[in-house]
Ligand binder design. Structure first.
Ligand SMILES: [Zn+2]
Length: 424
């Protein structure tokens, strides 16, 4: 009974979620500052106004986190987590509405962080209010609004999880591309990485007599193509991920702008092979000085369930094959990459049923290419994490970022409904 009631109430929050998302977007919480002070005080005001128990947790006073607590009669606690920090907005000219305008137009809220992920935060706030007003809950529910997700959760989820503040049985991550009612989806997990840095050392000389030096840029350029070959290293993956990987690829083909055969091929290979891209390059001090130092950084992403240490060993082999003296590879890789939950777990099955009832269509299970707060929560607490939320495909981290208001409403329905539906 209560499931239907809260879902119905959540379906009537169109204006409220739009307003809350717009309000959050107006506070610039972009990195490098990444301050969540204003967002947290905005959420606190809302929670206090509606009589919802809440606590602010901060190690860095500039990056507070806030939790809303709804007390049920039972012992189980369901968690929800979403982040309030956003990536930098880039040049303001690229934006149709200002990046911090929070403009409500054409069925969307516009601005930096609307999709990733103040929209889900607005849905979480509304769900907390509805659950608090309805009562009669068996499960305890905690909505965590965090800082620092975009830089690894240092003062946010990572600290909260590591310090034992985050405790519960299961966790829904709002940072997710839920696919609306057209193609509903639940994230089972996300990729991890094998961050790789190449450092080349040479000998400096006057730019007019390069033969007297040993150019570090030349050396680095010779080794980079070898590291790129890691993109052809076939990963060994757990069989239970075969179906979610297939559905994820189909989902991307439907939701991403894949306008060339190369892009389609890249998506087809996205999980069976590492993705690799050289994203930073640092070398040289002056145009007439032969550089004695050069470095570059690769972003290498691995499917959960694969073996990062094997990838690390292969990269070391490739660098050795390049055979350029004075070039060193520093590779960060652990035992596991990212994380995933089994699609057959109780949690996954019950969230699947909830989304199906509310969205009117069976959701697919998929794997995220990027990381979320789930990585830290899973790593430090072991709590299973599944993603569901209103991120709109192809908009996160882009100019003209926007979120669909109807998707926020849908998320609020799922967050509220699941609090009643989950039976452990
Ligand atoms: Zn995010």
């Amino acid at each position: 009974m209560s499931f239907e009631k809260v879902v119905k109430e959540a379906s009537e929050t169109y204006d409220e979620v739009a307003e809350l998302c717009s309000g959050l977007t107006k506070f610039n919480s972009a990195h490098p500052d990444g301050s969540t002070v204003e967002c947290v005080s905005y959420i606190k005001k809302y929670l206090d106004k509606h009589g919802i128990e809440n606590e602010v947790h901060a190690r860095d006073p500039n990056k507070p986190n806030i939790v809303a607590k709804i007390n049920g009669s039972g012992v189980r606690t369901i968690l929800w987590a979403g982040h309030l920090d956003v990536v930098p907005e880039g040049g303001h000219d690229a934006w149709r509405f200002g990046p911090f305008s929070g403009e409500i137009a054409e069925g969307h809220v516009w601005g930096r962080g609307t999709s990733d992920m103040k929209g889900a935060c607005a849905a979480g706030m509304v769900a907390a209010r509805i659950l608090n007003e309805n009562g009669g809950l068996e499960n305890n529910v905690e909505f965590w609004f965090t800082s620092d997700e975009e830089i690894g959760g240092i003062e946010g989820a990572r600290w909260l999880a590591e310090s034992g503040r985050i405790k519960g049985e299961v966790c829904i991550i709002g940072d997710s591309l839920g696919g609306g009612t057209e193609s509903p989806g639940i994230d089972l997990g996300c990729k991890g990485g094998a961050g790789t840095r190449l450092i080349a050392r040479g000998k400096t000389a006057h730019g007019s007599t390069p033969y007297l030096g040993d150019n570090a840029i030349d050396k680095l350029l010779k080794v980079i193509p070898y590291v790129m070959k890691i993109g052809d290293f076939k990963l060994e993956l757990p069989p239970e991920l075969a179906k979610p990987i297939k559905t994820t690829i189909d989902f991307y083909k439907e939701n991403q702008d894949l306008d060339t055969p190369e892009k389609i091929k890249a998506v087809d290979r996205l999980f069976d092979y590492p993705s690799v891209t050289c994203n930073m390059f640092n070398a040289g001090i002056k145009s007439n000085v032969v550089p004695d130092f050069a470095e570059c950084v690769f972003d290498i992403r691995l499917t959960p369930g694969s073996k990062p240490l094997e990838v690390k060993a292969r990269i070391e082999e490739l660098v050795a094959e390049a055979n350029v003296p004075g070039v060193e590879a520093i590779i960060r890789a652990g035992e596991t990459a990212g994380y995933y939950e089994s699609p057959d777990s109780n949690f996954a099955k019950q969230l699947e049923t909830t989304v199906e009832k509310i969205a009117g269509k069976k959701p697919i299970f998929k794997i995220l290419t990027g990381g979320t707060d789930a990585v830290a929560i899973k790593k430090f607490t072991g709590i299973p994490c599944l993603g569901y939320g209103p991120i709109l495909g192809g908009t996160a981290h882009q100019p003209d970022e926007k979120v669909r208001i109807s998707d926020m409403v849908l998320s609020a329905k799922v967050y509220a409904g699941f609090a009643y539906a989950y039976k452990g």
